[in-house]
Design a protein around this ligand. Structure first.
Ligand code: NAD
Ligand code: UDP
Length: 342
């Protein structure tokens, strides 16, 4: 029997990373997680191991630390890297641009330099729909150029995509998949792992879930006067397990040399009010809300053209909005304070 391939997952103790580590373990890969736990949880990896019935190797450390990276690459035969590690709060990135560019762009450069030293040239990168920029027509298609990003977080994702493209031009041995995520929500169906943001959630779904368990009094809906049917913004929400499975498909695609970008979304936009009503219908829990001022920088609506991922990766989102709501609620109600609940 051939040896299992080993994948380095940076940021594997975080929300999307932990679900992806689970899918990789279940697909038969060996996994090394590198995470500095600035926003992730050791407990998340332990629960993933329990669900999978297999262990991962956990290394607590920073992607900017070249000695840790070199140690990982010299002590494991790494086939490919899935790179999640980074800072992701849009509003905070406006306040702390130097920190965001240092960690996201600088950290990625450290990682890529270590990969070059180790001659590992396969990487799947966590990009974002935000790279299409503020003027892009919907649905977003991969053939569109990257557009004008409106904050340092989005700009850091666009810069990293550009760096990865330049790397592929410099050396035909590189194989890069930029996965442009739309709005991941939900949790593993066991309810054992899920999204556990620190402080007040910035994103809609964890905010709704925290209102439902009584940690927040009500939801503020940012703007009710957009040019959409019900006046609230529309986004393409996809189940985090579908997204995680997309990474396993992307690993299989890495035999294709060069730089490739794929949207991971459902292709269907849903409004904020529709999200609230879907959560209430599926869980039976009322979500008090009020409509307040628009949030600076929000686009009225965007969603994915998800065709290319289906054609090239054989991936499409399978789980519907009800499953996203059910699984969010199973996780949040069993772990009202996140990973510190038990
Ligand atoms: P997360 O914060 O839960 O996970 C990121 C992980 O990286 C955390 O565990 C954190 O501790 C770790 N980390 C941060 N800086 C690090 C460093 N310097 N060294 C080592 N580890 C570090 O976020 P997430 O929602 O799971 O997102 C994962 C990736 O996907 C991020 O790159 C994010 O920008 C991207 N992304 C997320 C979304 C979303 O809606 N959640 C959308 C598009 C793209
Ligand atoms: N939103 C909201 N209240 C909140 C958080 C988000 O009304 O407390 C809205 C936000 O204005 C956007 C949508 O929900 O229209 C999705 O926001 P989120 O931050 O989850 O994702 P984004 O698409 O902005 O990355």
């Amino acid at each position: 029997m051939s040896e299992a391939k080993t994948i380095l997952v940076t940021g594997g103790a975080g929300y999307i990373g932990s679900h992806t580590v689970l899918c990789c373990l279940q697909a038969g890969y060996e996994v090394v997680v590198l995470d500095n736990l600035s926003n992730g949880h050791r407990e998340a990896v332990e629960r993933v191991e329990a669900i999978a019935g297999r262990a991962a190797t956990f290394v607590q450390g920073d992607i900017q630390d070249e000695s840790i990276l070199d140690r990982i690459f010299s002590s494991h035969v790494i086939e490919a890297v899935i790179h999640f590690a980074g800072l992701k709060a849009v509003g905070e990135s406006v306040q702390k641009p130097v920190e965001y560019y240092t960690v996201n762009v600088g950290g990625t450069l450290s990682l890529l330099a270590a990969m070059e030293r180790a001659e590992v040239c396969n990487i799947v990168f966590s990009s974002s729909a935000t790279v299409y920029g503020i003027e892009a027509p919907t649905p977003y298609q991969e053939s569109l150029p990257r557009g004008t990003t409106s904050n340092p977080y989005g700009a850091s994702k666009a810069m990293i995509e550009r760096i990865l493209e330049d790397l592929c031009v410099s050396n035909a041995g590189w194989s890069v998949v930029n996965l442009r995520y739309f709005n991941p929500i939900g949790a593993h169906e066991s309810g054992r792992i899920g999204e556990d943001p620190q402080g007040i959630p910035n994103n809609l779904m964890p905010f709704i879930a925290q209102v439902a368990v009584g940690r927040r009094p009500q939801l503020s809906i940012f703007g009710g006067d957009y040019s959409t049917a019900d006046g609230t913004c529309r986004r393409d929400y996809l189940h985090v397990m579908d997204l995680a499975e997309g990474h396993v498909q992307a690993l299989g695609y890495l035999g294709n040399k060069g730089c490739h970008a794929f949207n991971l979304g459902t292709g269907t936009p849903v409004s904020v009010l529709e999200m609230v009503h879907a959560f209430e219908r599926v869980t039976g829990v009322a979500i008090p809300y009020q409509i307040v001022e628009r949030r600076a920088g929000d686009l009225p609506e965007f969603w994915a053209d998800a065709q290319l991922a289906e054609t090239a990766l054989g991936w499409s989102a399978k789980r519907d909005l009800d499953a996203m709501m059910e699984d969010t609620w199973r996780w949040q109600s069993a772990n009202p304070k996140g990973f510190t609940s038990q």
